[in-house]
Design a protein. Structure first.
Length: 229
């Protein structure tokens, strides 16, 4: 059974989410601010977090940053803010997905299932080689470890799957729609910002100079490519 952490300062929302998630077969932990969420993470194993943005003591974005310092578990941001800039901010802070309130329960459950599937099947692509190598970039798919010039790099599950997909197709230009549908396992509807934000975060972790990337390069109007070294 997967354990999900629901964190929102609105107790009614937490109770409602917990009820729907428990009916779907998940074990649910409850928190009402970022500090409580972090305390629970220290005590129990959690497989996914549903996290509100506007909360007392420690808001959702700051909590996401703190979590990302040590953990790569999926984070879905919940927020009443629907502006595109707010969604991008959530992804930039390390979230894997973003759902706007009020949300459809079936959509929420589908997003949760999708994130858990990616998290628990991390590195499940079929291949003959266990280590992908491109220049100084090494990905050990057996142990889900990434190093650049010998230095270990921490990636979120989504960033990892993007990198593996790009490396396994080195030398090929992959469109944004291809990347989204392969990594998110969903039909792509206007995925440009979502993919761009994750690629930017990935570059910041693996590139010496993200503005002049060595590994992940954009092909304007077409998509992204990892050139073979």
């Amino acid at each position: 059974m997967y354990t999900l952490l629901v964190c929102d300062d609105d107790e009614l929302i937490v109770s409602s989410l917990a009820m729907h998630l428990q009916k779907a077969g998940y074990h649910v932990l409850k928190a009402y601010n970022g500090e409580q969420a972090l305390e629970l993470l220290e005590k129990q194993e959690v497989h996914l977090i549903l996290l509100d943005v506007m909360m007392p003591k420690l808001d959702g974005l700051s909590t996401t940053l703190r979590i990302r310092q040590e953990r790569n578990i999926p984070i879905i941001i919940l927020s009443a803010k629907s502006e595109e800039t707010d969604k991008i901010a959530g992804l930039n802070f390390g979230a894997d997905d973003y759902i706007t309130k009020p949300f459809n329960t079936l959509e929420l459950l589908a997003r949760v299932k999708s994130q858990l599937r990616r998290y628990t099947t991390l590195g499940s692509f079929k291949q003959d080689e266990e280590v992908l190598i491109n220049g100084g970039l090494w990905v050990d798919t057996r142990n889900n470890k990434v190093t650049v010039d010998g230095e270990p790099i921490k990636l979120t599950p989504t960033e990892y799957k993007i990198l593996v997909y790009l490396l396994r197709n080195s030398g090929q230009v992959l469109s944004i729609h291809q990347i989204y549908e392969q990594v998110w396992q969903e039909t792509a509807y206007s995925p440009e910002n979502t993919v761009a934000v994750h690629i930017r975060r990935l570059r910041e972790k693996i590139e010496i100079n993200p503005k002049e990337p060595k590994y992940i390069k954009v092909v304007w109007g077409s998509g992204y490519i990892v050139e073979k070294y």
